[in-house]
Design a protein around this ligand. Structure first.
Ligand SMILES: Nc1ncnc2c1ncn2[C@@H]1O[C@H](COP(=O)(O)OP(=O)(O)O)[C@@H](O)[C@H]1O
Ligand SMILES: [Mg+2]
Length: 266
């Protein structure tokens, strides 16, 4: 099982779009994939036609139930997406209260990781869509993942969000977790605007771990979300889908390389 977390403390940078599109691309390649919505806004959940205001069993239930001795803790929560090989663990709007309810309790950082460990043989890939805020959910997502994907909109206001995310990462690494591998992915790139071009250049010059390509602005994303299917399936030849496909291939290559390095040095 390979777990990728998609996070950035800024909203509207393409986290949910990245999660949906990569998930669709993986499913289209025949890989059994699980998408997890950790955002109380439930955009990912709504994308596939579920209502986060009224959904009964969601990821929220995991944090409020004794699951340690449950054999298959997610069984009542998993939902179909209408796409073969692609499942959803939905969010509910109740998640918004989670930090207040359990934030300070010990041992809450590994809830997601532990729950997923029972599903090693069920899913080849898991993609976790994060809320735009640091809290118990993001801590869980970072603790569970093999690698972090940070979408950054190619406009200068988004750089602050990136800085905040990288600082959060440093803090988490200082507080104990081994280093987290991450990739910054420039999103919504619009080559016609100067601001977008300058920002991309700034990112490429000043940041390591940046994917050397970008996700372009593509209006097909809006249409795909209206239909509630990943762009990789509704318009696989569109610019956006092709860019995410190429990003996916690089992520897979990275993963294979870092595993190889671990074997060589371990
Ligand atoms: N590459 C893109 N081209 C055009 N629109 C995009 C692109 N990526 C995301 N969007 C749109 O931008 C909005 C915000 O994206 P979203 O993925 O929901 O961001 P986040 O999850 O970070 O809040 C959505 O309406 C989405 O359809
Ligand atoms: Mg989102």
């Amino acid at each position: 099982m390979i777990i990728w977390t998609v996070a950035n403390q800024k909203g509207g940078v393409g986290k949910t779009t990245t999660t949906v599109t990569l998930g669709g691309a993986l499913a289209a390649r025949g890989e059994k994939t699980l998408l997890i919505d950790l955002d109380s806004h439930g955009s990912l959940t709504s994308y596939f036609g579920y209502n986060p205001d009224s959904i009964e069993e969601s990821v929220y239930s995991l944090f409020h139930r004794e699951i340690a001795d449950t054999h298959m803790p997610l069984v009542s929560m998993l939902r179909k997406t209408g796409v073969a090989k692609l499942d959803l663990l939905p969010a509910s709007t109740a998640l918004v209260a989670l930090d207040r309810q359990i934030g300070a309790q010990q041992g809450m950082g590994l809830i997601i990781s532990n729950a997923l460990s029972a599903y090693q043989s069920h899913y080849k890939y898991v993609l976790i869509d994060c809320p735009p805020a640091m809290g118990v959910l993001m801590i869980n997502a970072l603790a569970a993942c093999d690698s972090l994907i940070i979408p950054v909109q190619t406009e200068f206001l988004a750089i602050n969000g990136l800085e905040r995310m990288l600082n959060t990462l440093k803090m988490i690494i200082l507080s104990g977790k081994q280093s987290i591998d991450y990739t910054i992915v420039p999103t919504m790139f619009d080559r016609r605007t100067r601001a977008s071009r300058d920002c991309l250049e700034h990112l490429q010059k000043n940041y390591d771990h940046i994917w050397q390509n970008y996700i372009p602005i593509d209006t097909n994303f809006r249409e795909a979300s209206r239909i509630g299917r990943p762009l990789s399936l509704t318009a696989p030849k569109s610019k956006g889908a092709v860019a995410y496909e190429s990003f996916l291939l690089d992520l897979i290559k990275n993963h294979q390389q870092s595993n190889f390095m671990l074997r060589e040095t371990g």
